[in-house]
Design a binder for this molecule. Structure first.
Ligand SMILES: Cc1ncc(C[n+]2csc(CCOP(=O)(O)OP(=O)(O)O)c2C)c(N)n1
Length: 513
């Protein structure tokens, strides 16, 4: 067995059986090993940002890492933005990156670069394999590191001679520590704060947004009268009829501070203390109101769902709390705008759908209505590096072939990684894309106005508008092998969405806003 085969056998032994790849010469032994060691599903993506975003979506839905296979420093560099998003989502990802043969490094050949330095900021764990005998153990360590709570990006750099030279056998999976249980003292301390019944808000994130976490949080709120809120951008949240539906902390700092106004204690459950997405002149970094105390029930790496359940019990909360009936979204007619688009999606999405939400400024009305949609899972852009929607939806569909994935996709963001559509077609994935076609970087126009640049000049307009020329989205989708249509009214959208959601395989709807 050579090093490459030992690596793949180790991955399979640890349950890692999907590889999102864009290989090159330095990964050829690994490419061969993907056949000589059977069991790995190898998925080609035509840009490394698609590989890394797909690995993120896959792990958010399956709970286990996929491996990426990337080509030296430049291949990794192309994938970094979506690794940044994965890192912010605490997603387990295992990057395997080929490098020059150890004896060829000194030659400083054209593709040689400092891969460790490139990988480090976006990785929670980085290692270079030093010998063929070490490769299997390194891979086992990388997988364990990725799965160590709360979940990490782990990057293993494997020189090509360590792949092709004879190696020992595969390594056994390492033991991964479970999420830390929150101490009884902490539960008692938080329960005491909640019993005082001063205005208190619990900010929920990470695993608190599972069904069990949300239900326990609702029990705590019903027993104590506290408010519940979720972090603004959630890696994964369960939503829909019958599922507690806390308000989302607003994005803009003025609105977030307003939403938290009057709160005397902010309790963190599976998230960090909230901060503004950007620094704005005259506004603070921290979104915790002045004079408000901040307490931690559970950190992101802790068993936050268990802590919320224990807290609910400590407060003597009833076992089940009725979820207020949510308004069922009505099918829209007439003009197509973010409100009618949101209503159409919320009304038509099938039970158990996975919504990848990179809808940016077009998604507000949908987010407000989704609580009345059938139960579903929602994934968001956690790190703000746009271009995540198409890849993440692709990975989610690989993880969950029996569920319909809906990529609710802003147009500007979509253009960064549009070639993921080709992977959706090749793998025949059940992904419906709804493209919010406002043909602008709308958020940047809003930010310009907020900064006082209301009458934008020629350059500012040019840098925030996506036409001319108009992007032919439906033709683009068709060119990648995904049937695509364009709709201009709410009625047309309803008709096309109804059809698309029932058809197997990928499809695409450009909604002109
Ligand atoms: C990788 C990366 N590049 C650039 C940006 C800056 N940026 C933030 S939002 C945005 C435009 C978003 O436009 P679109 O996706 O069409 O959504 P809209 O604002 O129109 O709703 C840009 C360029 C970013 N966040 N990430």
């Amino acid at each position: 067995m050579n090093g490459a085969e030992a690596l793949i056998k180790t991955a399979l032994g640890a349950g890692v059986d999907v590889c999102f790849a864009n290989p090159g010469t330095t990964e050829m032994p690994l490419v061969a090993a993907l056949d000589s060691v059977p069991g790995m599903r190898a998925v080609l993506a035509l840009f490394e940002g698609v590989c890394t975003g797909a690995a993120d979506g896959y792990a958010r839905m399956s709970g286990k890492p996929a491996m990426t296979l990337l080509h030296l420093g430049p291949g990794l560099a192309n994938g970094l933005a979506n690794l940044h998003n994965a890192r912010r989502a605490n997603t387990p990802v295992v990057n395997v990156i080929g490098d020059q043969a150890t004896w060829h490094r000194a030659a400083d050949a054209p593709l040689t670069s400092d891969i460790v330095s490139l990988a480090s900021p976006m990785s929670g764990w980085v290692r270079e394999t030093k010998s063929p005998g070490a490769i299997a153990g390194d891979m086992a360590d990388a997988i364990a590191a990725s799965l160590t709570p709360p979940g990490k990006v782990a990057t293993l750099i494997v020189p090509s001679d360590c792949q092709w030279d004879p190696a020992g056998d595969a390594s056994k999976p390492r033991t991964v520590p479970p999420r830390a249980k929150v101490a009884g003292d902490t539960i008692d301390r938080i329960a005491k704060i909640l019993r005082v019944k001063k205005p208190t808000t619990i900010l929920l994130g990470g695993h608190a947004l599972s069904i069990a976490g949300l239900k326990s949080a609702a029990r705590v709120a019903s027993a104590s009268g506290c408010k519940l809120m979720t972090e603004t951008f959630t890696a994964r949240i369960e939503r829909g009829i019958g599922i507690p539906n806390p308000m989302r902390l607003p994005y803009f700092p003025e609105q977030a501070l307003e939403a938290l106004k009057g709160t005397q204690t902010l309790i963190l459950a599976g998230t960090k203390s909230p901060v503004a997405f950007f620094g704005y002149q005259g506004l603070p970094s921290s979104l915790v109101p002045d004079g408000c105390a901040c307490e931690t029930l559970a950190r992101v790496e802790d068993d936050v769902a268990g802590a919320l359940a224990a807290l609910a019990d400590a407060l003597g909360a009833p076992k089940d709390v009725a979820v207020p009936a949510a308004k069922k979204p009505q099918l829209p007619t007439g003009k197509l705008d973010p409100a009618s688009l949101g209503a159409a999606l919320a009304a038509l999405q099938p039970e158990n759908a996975i919504i990848m939400d990179e809808s940016a400024t077009s998604g507000g009305p949908y987010a407000a209505m989704a609580g009345g949609a059938p139960p579903h899972t929602s994934l968001a852009l956690t790190g703000g590096a746009i271009g995540q929607g198409f890849p993440c939806a692709t990975g989610a569909a690989v993880a969950c072939p029996d569920r319909r994935v809906i990529d609710f996709q802003a147009d500007g963001s979509g253009m960064y990684t549009v070639q993921a559509l080709w992977t959706q077609a090749r793998e025949n994935l059940n992904v419906t894309t709804i493209l919010c076609s406002n043909r602008a970087y709308r958020i940047l126009q809003m930010e310009a106005a907020r900064a006082g640049n209301v009458e934008m000049g020629r350059n500012a307009r040019s840098l925030t508008m996506l036409q001319p020329p108009e992007i032919g989205w439906a033709q683009l989708a068709k060119g990648f092998g995904v049937p695509g249509v364009r709709v201009e009214t709410a009625d047309d959208l309803v008709k096309q969405l109804n059809r698309a959601l029932k058809e197997p395989g990928p499809n695409f709807i450009e909604a002109i806003l």
